[in-house]
Design a protein around this ligand. Structure first.
Ligand SMILES: [Zn+2]
Length: 201
């Protein structure tokens, strides 16, 4: 399996993206001219989206396709290996995508302060607790939680929850996102309803 490398252009401020507070990131971005701020964030958002797509399409899906030919027992073992191998990089991409999406909204001033506050609060609702509430019965395996994916016909848990970044990814069907996406997809509720529910948890 070829090693996936991060050739991060975002190296300069990627540590700030990991921080829970958006104000820290904005402080950094304040050093850039106003019109350039949004450009930087948009560019990096597209970059991360593209990289995540490449990771899924060129690496994870082919790896998963390869193990289909193996015996069921071997499949379980190899799938666990694939998950643990790609877990750190997936977690990194998903987290940065979320942070950048939120930053886009803050910088472009398209959303009210209250909306951003609510969204950030909803995004911090524990994905493991939410999955539990939704009846997914997540099981802890190392640093992650695994459960049967409700979005495809799953027999060996493929849906992985990353508590560190509050994101999820399914190694079977590729569905991924944050805690709001997970909640919305399962309950079929609207974005606003999901925000309301998650901020009350
Ligand atoms: Zn799935």
């Amino acid at each position: 399996m070829e090693k996936w490398k991060i050739d991060a252009d975002l190296e300069d401020y990627k540590d700030f993206l990991k921080k829970p507070s958006l104000t820290d990131i904005i402080e950094i971005l304040n050093d850039f001219p106003q019109n350039y701020r949004l450009e930087i964030v948009n560019r990096n958002f597209e970059l991360f989206k593209k990289r995540l797509e490449i990771l899924i399409e060129n690496y994870i899906k082919p790896a998963m396709r390869k193990i289909v030919k193996l015996s069921p027992q071997e499949q379980v073992v190899y799938k666990a290996l694939i998950i643990s191998y790609y877990e750190p990089i997936l977690k990194h991409f998903l987290n940065n995508l979320n942070r950048l999406a939120l930053l886009q909204q803050v910088i472009s001033n398209k959303k009210s302060k209250n909306y951003i506050f609510l969204k950030e609060k909803a995004l911090s609702a524990s994905i493991v607790d939410v999955a539990e509430t939704l009846g997914l019965n997540p099981q802890k395996t190392g640093k992650v939680y695994k459960c049967l994916c409700p979005f495809h016909n799953d027999t060996d848990p493929s849906l992985v929850l990353f508590p560190e970044t509050n994101t999820f990814f399914c190694f079977g069907c590729g569905i991924h996102g944050d805690v709001i996406n997970l909640y919305k997809s399962i309950t079929g509720k609207t974005f606003t309803e999901a925000l309301e529910d998650l901020t009350c948890l």
